[in-house]
Design a protein around this ligand. Structure first.
Ligand code: ADP
Ligand code: MG
Ligand code: ZN
Length: 477
């Protein structure tokens, strides 16, 4: 049986975080009443003229710089003509043969190592409105709040070879957009969405196979599942002697399958032409220099620095730098405390992450500071409080901004590390459990845990386990 290889290229639409729309001053706010954010320009009235939002240009160019693209000194808006009820103008203002950015790249991290994925182009365009079909009233509504909201479309080269690589690419891009603070990245609300082009070919063959385009995936998990399903489906087709049809397919999240959206292979004829209402964009060198200088440290550079400066493992460095907020929090905590950065990293990735997840909070809206986490970890590392007690009070620290030192005192959680105070309790436990003690003396290590448990119970969990374990070993050797 032939071995197959998948070929995947992604088209990502990211909504830019500007206050106003691309060509008018209407608000871009999500969740307003239908058609509240609308004016003659974005609703496509005749006789009006678009005025370019400068922020959009800045954001698109910054993304291009962050992805190592060439920034075209001259770029042009074009009309992409098609009819749809939620597109009253009859065309989408987009870019065609002269997009703002070209020839960039995104570095990805997969289980097989690092890889570079080519970015073909980035262009600016406006979003369309939204049609709402009401089954109960048997009517359709059009909401134009989203019409003319600014987007960038990022088109990749067909460089990915598995669903895992496609998701890694998306995550990398998502992370960069969030670091640049130009897109909120919300996949459920559609401010970061992706179409996946998927084809297969026999291993060793150079020519690409016929591709399908997958839509309607609104989480990383959906992207993964949809692509995996589609690769299998295409292989089955070819193995059965059938051909893949070029078509757009929708992902069905309930079934985990894809099915055709439109009928026959559509011959795209958008009759693109340069928009006569918008002059070509000519970029000043000084602007580009300023935007370049304003770029923040990006995830990849930060990861490298974390590896060097904090002696973290590769996985931890990747995880901690995916979101700028997390990286900032970790770094501030690592600087504030006496404990090893690796310990802090662990707390951030495991306990803090779980707690925030359970309470639906983010680092930005929780009351805990990096300094308070550092103080808590220092209490654990210094033996003042057990890791278990510390975990119990972490929630108060994060949610209510409690001072860990005070809290530990108030709740009487200070750990007993004084050998003098522990001696009597340990002796009592040995005396109460002579058989178990004898078995430990005879070399049965498993029973040690039982005795430790008894000692912990007698001290209400306050005995320092490290100290007790050493004392016990000495007494029963
Ligand atoms: P369209 O204009 O139909 O969107 P493009 O040529 O711009 O087509 O390609 C769109 C996306 O499809 C790009 O990300 C590209 O990498 C990808 N792509 C092109 N050919 C293939 C193929 N045979 N298999 C998988 N992906 C492909
Ligand atoms: Mg396309
Ligand atoms: Zn408007």
């Amino acid at each position: 049986m032939a071995q197959y290889e998948a070929v995947i290229g992604l088209e990502v639409h990211a909504q830019l975080k500007t206050k106003s729309k691309l060509f008018c001053s209407c608000s871009t706010r999500f969740g307003n009443e239908p058609n509240e954010n609308v004016c003659p320009v974005c609703s496509g009235m005749p006789g009006v003229l678009p005025v370019m939002n400068e922020k959009v240009l800045e954001y698109a160019a910054k993304l291009g710089l962050a992805l190592d693209c060439e920034i075209n000194r001259k770029s042009v808006f074009a009309r992409k003509n098609y009819f749809y009820p939620d597109l009253p103008k009859g065309y989408q203002t987009s870019q065609f043969d002269l997009p703002i950015c070209e020839h960039g790249k995104v570095e990805i991290e997969t289980s097989k190592g690092r890889k570079t994925i080519g970015v073909t182009r980035i262009h600016m365009e406006e979003d369309a409105g939204k049609s709402i079909h009401s089954a109960s009233e048997n009517v359709s509504f059009v909401d134009l709040n989203r019409a003319c909201v600014p987007l960038v479309e990022i088109v990749s080269e067909p460089d990915m070879r598995s669903a895992e690589e496609a998701v890694a690419y998306l995550k990398s891009l998502h992370s960069i957009l969030r670091y640049l603070d130009i897109c909120d990245g919300n996949m459920e609300q559609g401010s970061f969405r992706c179409d996946a082009n998927v084809s297969i070919r026999p291993l060793g063959q150079e020519a690409f196979g016929t591709r399908t385009e997958l839509k309607n995936m609104n989480s990383f998990r959906h992207v993964q599942k949809a692509i995996e399903y589609e690769i299998e489906r295409q292989i089955d087709l070819v193995e059965d002697g059938d051909a893949v049809t070029q078509e757009t397919r929708l992902y069905n999240a309930d079934k985990g399958t894809t099915h055709p959206m439109r009928g026959k292979e559509e011959a795209h004829d958008y009759r693109y032409f340069p928009c006569p209402d918008l002059v070509p964009l000519v970029l000043d060198e000084a602007w580009i220099e300023r935007w370049q200088a304003e770029l923040p440290e990006l995830p990849e550079a930060r990861r490298e620095r974390f590896l060097r400066e904090y002696a973290l493992g590769e996985d931890a460095a990747v995880q901690l730098t995916a979101e700028r907020e997390t990286a900032d929090f970790f770094e501030a905590a690592a600087r504030a405390g006496q404990s090893k950065a690796r310990k802090i990293a662990n707390w951030v990735m495991v306990d803090v992450a779980h707690l925030l997840n359970d309470s639906g909070l983010t680092l930005a809206d929780c009351s805990g500071t990096p300094e308070s986490l550092a103080a808590l970890v220092d209490l654990v590392e210094g033996g003042t409080v057990s890791a278990k007690s510390a975990k119990d009070i972490l929630s108060e620290v994060l949610r209510h901004g409690a001072d860990p030192k005070k809290l530990v005192q108030e709740k009487g959680l200070v750990q007993e590390s004084d050998t003098g105070a522990l001696e009597g309790i340990i002796d009592a436990v040995i005396a109460e459990n002579p058989d178990e003690a004898e078995r430990v003396r005879g070399g049965d290590k498993k029973v040690v845990g039982f005795l430790m448990g008894q000692i912990m119970r007698k001290t209400q969990g306050k005995a320092n386990p490290g100290v007790v374990s050493k004392m016990l070993a000495k007494k029963l050797s």
